[in-house]
Design a protein around this ligand. Structure first.
Ligand code: ZN
Length: 163
């Protein structure tokens, strides 16, 4: 005698004894092997390892659905999530760099406030000893300094430090 684990087209699993494998084939060919749940004649031998059989059949049953779902499922999270992660990492590096530049400028220059343009021009014309200064200048003042070939650099301002 041989015990077969069987499965119908509707995935009802059941077990049935047969004299041998030939008897199974014979009875199935004559429509004697039916699903005890739904009476279906579309009965196949399930894989003998129950766990494997279940997983394999589950996979097979879901396979037609997966190609339709996978492009959508993988297209939605990965491109949407990845650029954000890259941008935030890039932005963090940029912010760290700007913060370092800013800290360096602040540590190595004298704050002259709104006298910046005047002092810079005086240094440029030799009326005052040259040194690193920082301060505020209007866009017009900056443009005038640059036109006179006085090198000025904007101090990087981080978005969350602007006030
Ligand atoms: Zn059935």
């Amino acid at each position: 005698m041989i015990l077969y684990r069987l499965c119908c087209a509707k995935e009802h699993e059941f077990e049935s004894w047969f004299r041998d494998s030939t008897a199974y084939d014979d009875q199935r060919a004559r429509g004697l092997v039916t699903c005890p749940v739904c009476g279906s004649l579309e009965v196949e031998k399930a894989l003998m390892a129950p766990a494997l059989g279940r997983a394999a059949r589950k996979f097979a049953a879901e396979a037609p659905v997966e190609p339709a779902e996978t492009p959508e499922a993988s297209a939605a999270p990965s491109p949407a999530v990845q650029p954000v992660a890259l941008m935030s990492e890039k932005e963090q590096q940029l912010r760290a760099m700007l913060r370092a530049v800013r800290a360096h400028v602040v540590a190595n220059s004298v704050d002259v406030g709104d006298e910046f343009a005047t002092r810079a021009r005086r240094m440029h014309e030799g009326e005052e000893e040259k040194r690193a200064i920082r301060g505020e200048a209007t866009p017009d003042e900056v443009r005038a300094l640059i036109e006179d070939e006085i090198e000025v650099l904007p101090i990087p301002v981080l978005p969350d430090e602007r006030n």
